[in-house]
Design a protein around this ligand. Structure first.
Ligand code: PBG
Length: 331
């Protein structure tokens, strides 16, 4: 054939492939989500998330030391609240002596250089498992009273040592309210990572088992469609993310990640803020399950899933693979 252009030339050896590689995942891109429990007992494995455990504060601190050694710059903490501390209003979320703040203080003291992200939402604390306060007959999540609680929760967690608060509730106006509350408390350096485009996804199933927000409601498929986004909507996702930016978010998140690469890309082309992608529990469980069946190569699928998020435009990836991926990548 008389071809002038032969695209395979730049794929012909390992050296040239390495040289023209456009996207790389490094340990510095990763945030590890970690689950923390009240008691001092040994780690409790989460069945649907192989390799992930609920950790005591002491074990959490050890894990954070390891992660920092591996070059992972940040962790996102998710406390598991015992049922007896839950109520319909999620009041435990604002308790300065609660598990979340205690965990933040312990990690901040032991590993001061590690960035701490505190999830801000009421679902781990409400007896019904929703991310907000319900109306009288339980048919709706009330926006404005929920935002008031979230703003107080954010201040409590920032004071305990969170470098960033990460509202994951999807109430209207919460970014602006949280920013004002932080500033009024003198916490002008605490950042906000906004879960901006958070979809009402079936991929959160294993997480709800892990934090116990599923058992509270008696189901893994608690219906959050009146606040989380319709998976069918792209324009709406970009619109809401830009609102979060206007209200003062420092970084924007798309969640889940893998099934929503188009949203990540469009947001990347629309905003100048850093973008985080959350590779959620169901994405993690899927790869583990298929690998266990012998149907997928575990490490290759894991690495490709992370690379795809980066290629789509994510600067930061929250992933349960953080520790092992970082171990493979080197610091
Ligand atoms: C809730 C919250 C959820 C996740 C993080 N924060 C789940 C939900 O909306 O029910 C999911 C994370 C995952 O699936 O890994 N505020």
């Amino acid at each position: 054939m008389n071809l002038i252009k032969r695209p395979r030339r730049i794929r012909s050896s390992a050296a040239i492939r390495e040289m023209v590689q456009e996207t790389r995942v490094t340990a510095a891109d990763l945030i590890a989500p970690l689950f923390v429990k009240h008691d001092d007992g040994p780690p409790v494995p989460i069945e649907s998330m192989p390799g992930q455990c609920r950790l005591s504060i002491a074990d959490l601190v050890k894990e954070c030391v390891e992660l920092q050694k591996l070059g992972v710059p940040g962790v996102a903490l998710f406390p598991v609240t015992p049922d007896e501390r839950k109520d319909p209003l999620g009041k435990e979320s604002m308790n300065p002596d609660g598990l979340g703040p205690a965990a933040l203080r312990a990690v901040k003291e032991a590993v001061p250089g590690l960035l701490l992200f505190a999830d801000i939402a009421l679902d781990p604390f409400t007896s019904h498992g929703h991310d907000g306060i319900l109306n009288e007959d339980g048919t709706d999540v009330l926006n404005d009273p929920t935002v008031e609680t979230l703003a107080k929760m954010a201040v409590v967690h920032a004071k305990a040592g969170a470098d960033f608060v990460a509202p994951s509730d999807m109430m209207d106006g919460r970014i602006g309210a949280i920013r004002s509350a932080l500033d009024a408390a003198g916490l002008t350096q605490t950042g906000i990572l906004a879960y901006s485009a958070k979809f009402a996804s079936a991929y959160y199933g294993p997480f709800r088992e892990a934090v116990g927000s599923a058992t509270a409601a008696g189901t893994r498929s608690l219906d959050k469609r009146s606040y989380q986004m319709n998976p069918a909507n792209r324009r709406e996702a970009i619109k809401d993310a830009l609102l979060d930016e206007e209200e003062g978010a420092d970084m924007l998140m798309v969640k889940p990640g893998g099934p929503y690469l188009d949203i990540i890309r469009e947001l990347r082309d629309t905003t100048r803020l850093p973008i985080a992608a959350y590779q959620v529990s169901g994405e993690y469980a899927q790869i583990h399950a298929a690998a266990k069946m012998g149907w997928l190569d575990y490490a290759k699928t894991r690495d490709e899933s992370l690379l795809s998020l980066k290629r789509a435009g994510a600067d930061i990836i929250l992933t349960y693979f953080a520790r092992e991926a970082a171990a493979g990548l080197g610091a």
